[in-house]
Design a protein around this ligand. Sequence first.
Ligand code: N01
Length: 535
Amino acid sequence: MTEPQSGATTLDALVIGAGISGIYQLYALRELGLDVQTLEAGSGVGGVWYWNRYPGARFDAESYTYGYFFSKELIDEWDWSEEYAAQPEIERYLNYAVDRFGLRERINLEQRVSSAVWDASSGRWTVTTESGRVWRPRYLVTALGILSAPAFPKVPGLEDFRGEWAHTGLWPADGVDFTGKKVAVIGTGSSGVQIIPIVAKDADSLVVFQRRPNWCTPINNFDITPERMDDIRDRIDEIFEATQLSPSGSPHSPMTESSLDLDPEERRRRFEKLYDSPGLVMALGNFRDVALDKRANDNCTAYIAERIRARVDDPAVADRLIPTDHGFGQKRPPLENGYYEVFNEPHVTLVSTLEESMVRFTETGIETSAGHYDVDVIVFATGFDAVVGSYNKIDIRGENGLSLKEHWEAGPRTWFGMQTAGFPNLFMIGGAQSVTGTIPRITDFQADWVASAVEYARDHGHTTIATTEAAEDEWIDHVNGGIVGTLQEKAESWAFGSNVPGRKRAYLLYAGGLPQYRERVRAATDDDFRGLTFS
Ligand code: N01
């Protein structure tokens, strides 16, 4: 590493983000022998698992399928305590990995990147952080996370509120004490559904502001005994293989059987078994036709509605909690632990903002079109400006000053989600148009691909890797072709940017599944890196 007089650090590669994906990217590029460092905005590593430290935050994927697979030593050394581990354990795991592989000295904490500008004359990026430090890498890899730019409701007056407030995605390190307080939670996505039962336990009163309800299913979590951990280790290759064959990077794949071929009693029995299974089995290991055929989806959805009704005492409240705008599985369903029973508690109120809109925050609470709710604490579980939001927060400029924000104005444009035209030597992992499902299973593949492309360039005397608009168009056609006309396309969610007022609706992820994604990237790579130019 050289430190020129300007104070800029010149190096081979720079990774932005020390979340689970960025940590592995740093490792992969270091293994290549590159002079590589990481910039991280947080005061610690972990990314999403650093910022989302709200009570109740935990995996919805089996812990050992979300963690790293690249190191047998790490698998042997780390014992997961629960099938779906909670945030503190995940944060400990990621810190352990960083130290285990000697990466800490390469991670610069509290360095939020404000701009990244391509300098064609030197073939390097100039990356500046809010603290004024400058890095000049040849290769820049963004591992920003798709859910890392918190979103707030467009409701005025928060500055007037005299109580305490916090967003689940920016949770204070010292926590929030709900004991004996009047609390409001806004939002009933995965984060809201996880935190609400915990708030309800401690708070004096709780009012939940719900816009569109979700189909939530029980997590059915359990402890991992030493015997089970041994068994997981014995089967780890088999488990990894299952994640590679599944569209979602999880060990679960849809059943090939058709639910419509079963008689109604048998079908019901099978839905019952799925509902009572742990984790996302009901979503990811269901009958294939439930995701594809409206009639099959309607049957499954009706069964889950029945289970919700059985858990909620007041039928009018149950009606409000049951979605009518989409069927089960059209969005990734939140996993819950006693969520529906919370609404049977006398100190808990459910407000539908579709019936009673939020007008403003006041000094003492929240005013709605129907009245006022006095609260001491407001929890924003209102999600994220997903996928593109974290890119928009950085002024990224490519060839001839082209701004990434402008290039992506009508929606993201990428080559397999990993490069974008006009931005040479900029790689994205876990970004737009490439991910759904268990994110590390996609990003470890991408991080390895980035390392191999850089190695190829080095071995062939090239210093620049870029893609073209024609290659982007080809990928966009494929991405859109896989979502248009599906049941998933009909649901409004962050995956289409629907939760951000004014955002043009565009599919931000990739619905083709992990095996197809890998196959296509490999085919293009083997075909002389089709869609890329090396110079
Ligand atoms: O965010 P969300 P999230 N007035 O966008 C509501 C992952 N995750 O943080 O649906 C009233 O899903 C909004 O309503 P609507 C997982 O991939 C995983 O919960 O837009 N309400 C919605 O109910 C997940 O999908 C875990 O109508 C407003 C909620 O806020 C993703 O992160 C845990 C509103 C936001 O839900 C995002 O989840 C947590 C308004 N003005 C998250 N604005 C695991 O289990 C927004 N809302 C691993």
